[in-house]
Design a protein around this ligand. Structure first.
Ligand code: ZN
Length: 59
């Protein structure tokens, strides 16, 4: 079993296609606004909001 990937991002909206090869999946859009992180339901890729990222609406 492969360890899920993790990415630091600077926006509250990301898209994931699962990477390459067998891990690929239909492109989905994910929203980090709830917990400043979100896990892709397809591939388990974890997206975390980068510390200090400028996000409109925060604060
Ligand atoms: Zn994914």
């Amino acid at each position: 079993m492969k360890t899920p990937e993790k990415s630091e991002v600077e926006t509250l909206k990301v898209q994931c296609e699962g990477g390459d090869g067998a891990l690929g999946h239909p492109r989905v859009y994910l929203n980090l606004s709830e917990k400043n992180k979100v896990e892709c339901p397809y591939c388990g890729h974890l997206f975390v909001l980068k510390e200090g990222a400028k996000v409109s609406g925060a604060h």
